[in-house]
Design a protein around this ligand. Structure first.
Ligand code: MN
Length: 298
């Protein structure tokens, strides 16, 4: 048997975020998924939105469909309201998370609940395994108060959204975890606030793909005695290993850390539909036109 070797993940690729717009003209920055070649299985897309100008967000995301994957919205500032064809209405406030499994189909809107002030947060798309793509839609609102927030002795703050954060021999699981919900991708989603110069480390399953996205300050990824710096508003894809070590620069830094089990299945995307084949995409478009996208009995 091989001895257990802890290997820290190096920084493999930097994906800068590109300014774009989506919905009815909401300005955002896309990194993961800005191009089909920039996905990180099973992560399809990461959008960061952040602005003090209502003109950048006021038009929101009027009703639109999804099929075949999960959308995760994490609000930092501002308020949005979700409404869907199932009758769910959810107000997303600062620090809250919306975890939506589109499965065979959801039609929803995501509209601002404010006419001024700052709107900031993320939307992440996580693919579903082929056998899960046509399961019934599920929707979950997670208020900020239900997300564990751990403050370490060095001042680091970790919010656990999905998966488990291991620290000082203790495990803290977020509201989305494999024990409460069967998930092929078994995602880890942490939001970390790191004081200047402080190092953060976290175990990451060896067979999972992982990246971090810095949204305030800058950090370096430490592996094999090397420091590889990652600028703000860029996704840093991590190489193989079973843990990650991240150190903040001269200023405090904030980043999200994501990891998940890759699906290794073909991905065919047409806008808000993500399936495994061209035929399934054509079926999704037909189903949307005929109303069968969201027909649970179909
Ligand atoms: Mn949507």
């Amino acid at each position: 048997m091989n001895s257990v070797k802890i290997q820290s993940r190096a920084l493999k690729q930097v994906i800068p975020s590109l300014a774009t717009s989506d919905g009815a003209g909401v300005k955002l920055r896309r990194s993961i998924g800005a191009h089909a070649s920039l996905r990180l299985d099973p992560f399809l897309m990461l959008d960061e939105f952040g602005t003090d100008n209502p003109g950048d967000y006021i038009a929101g995301f009027p009703p639109h469909p999804h099929r075949g994957f999960e959308t995760v919205t994490y609000m930092l500032d501002g308020r949005m309201q979700h409404r869907d064809h199932l009758g769910n209405v959810g107000d997303l406030g600062p620090g809250s998370v919306q975890w939506m499994t589109a499965g065979r189909g959801v039609i929803h809107s995501e509209m601002p609940l404010q006419e001024s002030g700052r709107m900031r947060g993320f939307q992440l798309w996580i693919n579903l395994a082929a056998r899960e793509k046509m399961k019934p839609a599920e929707y979950r609102d997670i208020p900020a108060a239900d997300l564990p927030l751990i403050t370490l002795d060095d001042g680091t703050q970790v919010k656990v959204i999905a998966g488990t954060f291991a620290h000082a021999g203790q495990d803290t699981s977020g509201p989305i975890n494999s024990a409460c919900r069967r998930m092929t991708t078994d995602p880890l989603f942490l939001d970390v606030q790191l004081p200047a110069g402080v190092t953060f480390s976290q175990t990451i399953a060896q067979d999972h793909n992982a990246f971090l996205y810095v949204y305030e300050g800058d950090v370096a990824v430490v592996a094999d005695g090397r420091r590889q710096s990652l600028p703000t508003q860029a996704a840093g894809v991590l190489a193989e290993g079973d843990r990650v070590e991240i150190v903040a620069g001269k200023q405090a830094a904030r980043f999200i850390l994501l990891a998940a089990r890759p699906l290794r299945e073909p991905v065919v995307q047409h806008g808000p539909f993500v399936m495994n084949s061209r035929e399934e995409i054509e079926q999704a478009m037909r189903d949307y036109q005929t109303g069968a996208l969201t027909d649970a009995a179909a």
